[in-house]
Design a protein around this ligand. Structure first.
Ligand SMILES: [Zn+2]
Length: 502
């Protein structure tokens, strides 16, 4: 069952209303005192970390599920399954572990700590001294043998990290195993991606079974998770309360017909089951195939958007910088994702300043409320873009909605608290701005339902929920909106958090 369903029902919605939210208006004294405390500790990274670790953060909207797992966890799971580490590449490989090419993972740390440590480096960006896009993407090959068949364990790990980081909501990019049949059929069709109707005709007969298989797998994984973590009972682990939804990732460096197949699957899943809320496009944007096929991909998204207007897309676009690719590749990716593909959110958007007529594009994103998902550690490690070079403040200056996200916190050795720390330290954001970003991480989530807010998140609540203590009108409103329910929870968390700074 949908984990979110636990919150549905008037009784539960009413229970959410139990605590007063405190004053809502601007000039809220709790918020002002908390901001004053933040300003006093802003020069101290350890004190900022303590503050930000405890701060409620809403959602993490840009999270590649397998990339969120730390290498130590992959190595532990590999040991449980008697997998091996290849002695040359340090990647996890399937048994048998035949020396000298591969050694068992089990007890590797005690037998050969240097080999264990090298494996962690190979499965992540740990100890990377320079930004390295190709090393980053290659690290996924290090744990693919393990991660590709274990969505349940990967999602559970992501939820644990989220709960620990005070995150209420995750939008995870993960591909169900059943996608392989569609990718194979796309390849076998011999089609090149130029005729979407022909591709759709080849794939349509396979979609119902692939959708049913993914739903059955997710049912099984969610039931196993709930049982293992006592979700719904008095002893439930905190991670049970993290709401999870899924996006289908489209591999941009595969042949166009296969990218199309992944899109077809994503749109079909989102139509069939509310746990899938969107479609994305992922992989190295600087890869020659991804650059060559960029316009084709955007046209494909436009094709699906016309057929499935209710399904949202968040597209990685502009995860590029001068030097990584020729300047001509920096001119149009964000614009095409917005104007051609109709993306509701942009992932990264780092190259915005290089786009043709960037000012008009920024104004358009602000006007159309197209949010940008900013991943500061990722951009530093992959592109070498950080500090004043990073466009986060430019997006804010133009009024574009911004959210902070982790991208691949395991591979990047980060967490969402650290992304907030970077936003404070490197981008100079204050408490009120960080709180706005946290609120926007739910406002721009692909959760169904109307917002708790009229207009801008944090400005004024809808009239049904205008009173601070909440009432039956508000309970009914929250019952009808998964998004507003989470937004209400976040406001309760903020009220409680800010009471600590009286
Ligand atoms: Zn990403």
């Amino acid at each position: 069952m949908d984990q979110g369903n636990r919150w549905i029902g008037l009784g539960v919605a009413a229970a959410l209303l139990g605590a007063s939210l405190g004053a809502q208006a601007k000039g809220d004294p709790g918020e002002a005192r908390t901001a004053a405390y933040f300003d006093r500790i802003a020069g101290s990274p350890p004190q900022l970390r303590m503050f930000l670790q405890a701060m409620p953060k809403g959602g993490d909207l840009h999270n590649h599920a397998t990339g969120s797992v730390y290498a130590e966890d992959f190595l532990r799971w590999a040991a449980d399954q008697d997998y091996c580490v290849a002695t040359d590449s340090h990647r996890i490989v399937r048994p048998p572990c035949e020396a000298p090419a591969a050694v068992p993972v089990r007890d590797l740390a005690s037998r050969d700590y240097a080999a264990y440590s090298r494996a962690i480096d190979a499965l992540s960006m740990r100890n990377a001294s320079l930004p390295d896009a190709d090393r980053f993407f290659a690290s996924f090959d290090g744990f693919r043998a393990l991660s590709s068949g274990d969505a349940g364990r990967v999602t559970a790990a992501a939820r644990e990290l989220a709960a620990d980081d005070r995150v209420l909501y995750l939008e995870l990019m993960t591909m169900p195993r059943a996608a392989q049949a569609l990718l194979d059929a796309a390849k076998a069709s011999g089609l090149d991606g130029s005729d979407p109707d022909a591709l759709m005709a080849a794939l349509a007969p396979l979609l119902p079974a692939a959708v049913a298989q993914a739903r059955a797998e997710l049912d099984r994984d969610e039931a196993a998770y709930a049982a293992a973590n006592a979700c719904g009972g008095a002893q439930a682990r905190p991670a049970c309360a993290v709401e999870v939804r899924y996006q289908i990732p489209v591999p941009r460096h595969r042949p166009p017909a296969q990218a199309f197949a992944a899109m077809a699957y994503g749109y079909a899943l989102a139509e069939a089951d509310p746990r899938w809320v969107g479609v994305n496009i992922v992989g190295p944007e600087h890869h020659p195939s991804a650059l060559r096929d960029y316009a084709t991909h955007m046209r494909m998204f436009a094709y699906f958007k016309q057929r499935h207007p209710r399904v949202s897309s968040s597209l990685h676009a502009g995860e590029l910088t001068l030097g990584l690719v020729p300047p001509r590749e920096l001119r149009h990716h964000v614009r095409d994702a917005v104007a051609v593909a109709g993306a509701r959110r942009i992932g990264h958007g780092v190259d915005i300043a290089y786009e043709t007529d960037a000012r008009e594009l920024l104004q358009r994103m602000a006007r159309e409320r197209v949010a940008v998902e900013i991943n500061l550690s990722s951009n530093a490690a992959i592109l070498g873009v950080q500090g004043a070079q990073h466009p986060l403040r430019t997006y804010l200056a133009y009024g574009v909605p911004v959210v902070l996200s982790t991208d691949d916190q395991g591979v990047l050795r980060s967490d969402l608290s650290h992304e907030y720390l970077r936003a404070a330290q490197e981008q100079g954001l204050g408490y009120a701005q960080l709180k706005q970003l946290a609120r926007d991480s739910l406002e721009y989530a692909f959760l169904p339902g109307a917002s708790l807010w009229q207009g801008r998140a944090g400005a004024a609540r809808v009239s049904a929920c205008a009173r601070d203590a909440g009432d039956a009108d508000c309970a009914r409103y929250l019952q009808g909106s998964a998004k507003a329910r989470l937004q209400w929870r976040l406001e309760q968390e903020f009220a409680q958090f800010e009471r600590g700074y009286r």
